[in-house]
Design a protein around this ligand. Sequence first.
Ligand SMILES: [Zn+2]
Ligand SMILES: [Zn+2]
Ligand SMILES: [Zn+2]
Ligand SMILES: [Zn+2]
Length: 398
Amino acid sequence: MGTSSGSNINHQHMSKMLPPRQQQQQQPGSLQTSLSLISLDPHTSPNAQEPRFNLDNIHESPSESASSRETWPTADAITAKKMVNGKTENDCTEQSVIRRVSNADKITLRDIARERVDVISEKMHHLPDEFLDELKNQLKTILEGNGGSQNREEFLILQKLVQSRSDLTAKTLIRAYRAQLEILVAINMGIQAFLHPNISLSQTSLIEVFVYKRCRNIACQSQLPADDCSCEICANRNGFCNLCMCVICNKFDFEVNTCRWIGCDFCSHWTHTDCAIRDGQICMGPSAKSGTGPTEMLFHCRACNRTSELLGWVKDVFQHCVPAWDREALMRELDFVSRIFRGSDDPRGKKLFLKCEDLLEKLRGGLAESMAGRSILMFFQGTEWANYLSCKLSMKVL
Ligand SMILES: [Zn+2]
Ligand SMILES: [Zn+2]
Ligand SMILES: [Zn+2]
Ligand SMILES: [Zn+2]
């Protein structure tokens, strides 16, 4: 990974090592907090991410759904409930507003998904905000998927309607009503955060997200292709963002300070460690820097087809992040490293693998995480490592 060694280590270290740029561009505090809570959920590991609402794998993952779900504040959920139940006695104001909308004027999510932009926009113009909020809440409920297969089916119908249209372009969407646009983007991306009242992207940004000119990750929102990258993946994969998404699975998440993501030393694109292991992108090979000499465990980047070394990267991540990890995080990270280096043939990789396995076993047996953290850091600082790494450093500086 990009930060493993070299003269630029201090300068670029944190931003390159700590993946997806979400952290610098994180939206309001509540979002950050709740999103980082999600990252602790073991079910968000890429292996567990079976597309829930995907038609074509481009769209969002359950982890993204889950993350966006968590962005709804409690107060909002209460409002949502009120709107859905709208019939409660003590909620006269809202009810009377909704009642004033005649059946002929009412529109549904399916109407929005299938009817012309200007037609719906015109209708929405005359509908009270409360009615539009209710529509958004309906879609939010569908995207949350708590209603099981019924929600899933309805979502797939809506998404198919939206994605089969050729009239939804940057040009026509300029005429969309704000709520209409939010709903269309949320359906197309399968991400409910676009409906969140506190996340107000400009009309232009929403349109750009819809037409894949802007990253759908609300915490990133980079113009696409990010960094004007012209690699095959950035050029051809709709909606792919090299700053926050995995080259293999296209998904993003909110994990930082972790070995969960590997960045390419050469093109800086990111890959989930799990995806790389699963797809055989991590294997033994001649040193990434010299291309000759003894073999070591390497990461093969699918975006640029070059290889990056892994030992120095893992060491960097641990040295910077061990103090911040709790017990669960430390065990998870040791497990990543163990799985990365499991197939090592070289002595250093083998030793690291065995060290991780040993510490994991001891942690399971009750060893304090502070002791385990110290032990792995001492391991990395060992003489053998120091020699090895200083050798690599000088190579890169040259
Ligand atoms: Zn690229
Ligand atoms: Zn992005
Ligand atoms: Zn992935
Ligand atoms: Zn690369």
